[in-house]
Write a protein that binds this ligand. Structure first.
Ligand code: GLC
Ligand code: CA
Length: 549
């Protein structure tokens, strides 16, 4: 049970909304989203009675970039790509966001730069370059790179540079050389970047690929294993999750200490025993929040969710706080992923209930709140090199990056030009205007969930307590908080199965009380009212939330 102490940091009760700048709103007809476009849509996010009412936006990279990896290949960390606008536009966005009570979280790519970054251009110019050791350069043997390491996006992680005859390391694309974080000059330069944005008023950073920040620089081969794609045909023992990463993050935490309200949330696709939670550090001297993608990768199965939720919740050390995320720009949207062999809309509604009732900060990926589906793209529509490489065997990332549908005007109000990626097929039915009109829409559900969450101390601050004794294909838990005067509890029940269930919880079930009031159901037809643990029913793939008395 959680006790409420001094005011917790803002992110404990915040809802974060991820904007993919390419796809949110275009303002000048070039078919690419931009900063003036985002500014023009801020009212949708907060500040009017119709707004979603989120608290922070995380912007995927806005920096100048050749866009091999759509911004995750940065050419200049202290500027804005001209496709998106200018630094002045960025300042205006921050001011307009802050005026509405929206915090701004920047994406920060620490592991690698673009090969067009002046640092790399200098580094590759000569073996004696003063920036040679800003990146990892090594000799291979006659026909082999320094190690067998595979790149995340396919192929070897080493590319031979003809000019100097050495190999450089890139954990992702060859156009994304890895920075050498053992070099103090790299750290100083990057922490300067961090201060640059903090001085401009940003409220936090989403740190990209943090578990790649350290490497074993004696370049041992990774052990092999059986798998289909080259990246998984090895155990990533030496190219990821090294002690250096933790050292770097501890230093980063110190570097932001004069900006006390700064949130650091990291992306760590670790499969090491400590898992992503290792990046909270000891006594949380590393990150405030670390994404855990196990739920996102999980099949829609109650028993798997039950186990993973408990494991990941309990893995977060005191002082740390879990982010909850089901969709982002790197995979198929969860409505399609979870929805595969059931009713995608019902499942997405149940997942939404979970997103806002688990302990942690919900991260909403733009369009998710509309129930936007993956785009059905043709080969010629694809833009992302990773999606292209594995198409059509893997769905890839472009389908989840299609433009935000605002209304039923041409191109869904996203652009007056030709959108950079086609709209999702269902945009005429699934768009903001439509969602706002229909009280049974996904958008209306998200708005209600956000309001209920913010009004409930159990949901913002309570502990996560599983309830046992229910059917195996239902997930049951409650959130509970003890204030100075009383206890508050909220119960959540989700039926993962496609058949209706009538449930009688045994008296041995770990419940704070056996009766309560149904606050919200994901089934728009169900009416609110009394609830009893002795007998209640859940429709197929229905979720409900009950205030316990
Ligand atoms: C992260 C980003 C992804 C990017 C990769 C390399 O996983 O989320 O979009 O391609 O890092 O920067
Ligand atoms: Ca534009």
């Amino acid at each position: 049970m959680s006790l409420i102490h001094a005011a917790p940091p803002w992110w404990h009760s915040a809802v974060v909304y991820q904007i993919y700048p390419w796809s949110f709103q275009d303002s000048n007809g070039d078919g690419i989203g931009d900063l003036p476009g985002i500014i023009s849509r801020l009212d949708y996010l907060k500040g009017t009675p119709d707004s979603l009412d989120i608290d922070a936006i995380w912007l995927s990279p806005l920096y100048p970039s050749p866009m091999h990896d759509f911004g995750y290949d940065v050419m200049d960390y202290c500027a804005i790509d001209s496709r998106f606008g200018t630094l002045e536009d960025f300042d205006r966005l921050t001011a307009e966001a802050h005026r509405r009570g929206i915090r701004v979280v920047m994406d920060l790519v620490l592991n690698h730069t673009s090969d067009q970054h002046p640092w790399f251009i200098e580094s590759r110019s000569s073996r004696r370059s003063e920036k040679r050791d800003w990146y990892y350069w090594a000799d291979g043997t006659a026909h082999h790179p320094p190690s067998n390491w595979a790149a995340r996006f396919g192929g070897s992680a080493w590319t031979k540079d003809k000019h100097t005859g050495q190999y450089y390391l890139h954990s992702f694309l060859p156009e994304q050389p890895d920075l050498n974080w053992t070099n103090p000059a790299v750290r100083d330069a990057m922490f300067g970047v961090v201060r640059f944005w903090l001085e401009r008023g940003v409220d936090g950073f989403r740190l990209d690929a943090i578990n790649w920040l350290g490497k074993d620089t004696s370049w041992p081969d990774n052990p092999r294993r059986l798998a289909w794609r080259s990246y998984y045909r090895q155990v990533h023992r030496y190219d990821r999750d090294q002690p250096q990463a933790h050292e770097t993050l501890r230093a980063l935490r110190v570097a932001v200490k004069n900006y006390p309200d700064t949130m650091l949330v990291g992306e760590a696709s670790s499969d090491t025993p400590g898992g992503p939670a290792a990046f909270y550090g000891s006594g949380t001297n590393e990150l405030h929040e670390v994404f855990d993608f196990r739920l996102l990768r999980s099949p829609w199965q109650a028993d798997v969710f039950r186990r993973l939720i408990l494991e990941s919740d309990r893995a977060v050390p005191g002082g740390g706080w879990p982010p909850i995320v089901f969709s982002n720009h790197d995979q198929s949207r969860h409505i399609d992923r979870y929805g595969k062999d059931g009713d995608p809309v019902r499942r997405a509604r149940a997942a939404a209930l979970l997103l806002f009732t688990l302990r942690g900060t919900p991260f909403v990926y733009y369009g998710e709140e509309l129930g936007l589906r993956d785009g059905r793209l043709r080969r010629s529509d694809l833009r992302d090199p990773y999606t292209i490489r594995y198409w059509p065997w893997k769905k890839g990332r472009d389908p989840a990056r299609t433009p935000m549908p605002w209304d039923t005007s041409p191109h869904a109000g996203f652009t007056t030009g030709t959108p950079w990626l086609p709209l999702s097929a269902d945009w005429r039915r699934t768009n903001v205007v439509q969602g706002q009109r229909d009280t049974g829409s996904m958008l209306s559900l998200y708005k209600r969930l956000i309001r209920v969450k913010k009004g409930s101390r159990a949901l913002t601050a309570g502990s996560y307590e599983p309830i046992d004794g229910g059917p195996n294909d239902c997930l049951l838990f409650h959130r509970r908080v003890q204030t100075d005067t009383h206890q508050e509890a909220m119960l959540v029940a989700i039926n993962f199965s496609t058949h209706a269930q009538t449930i009688s919880l045994p008296t041995s079930a770990s419940l704070p009380q056996r009766s309560g009031r149904l606050v919200l159901s994901t089934d728009p037809q169900r009416s609110e009212g009394r609830w009893s643990a002795d007998r209640f029913s859940l429709g197929p793939e229905e979720g409900m939330m009950v205030e316990i008395e």
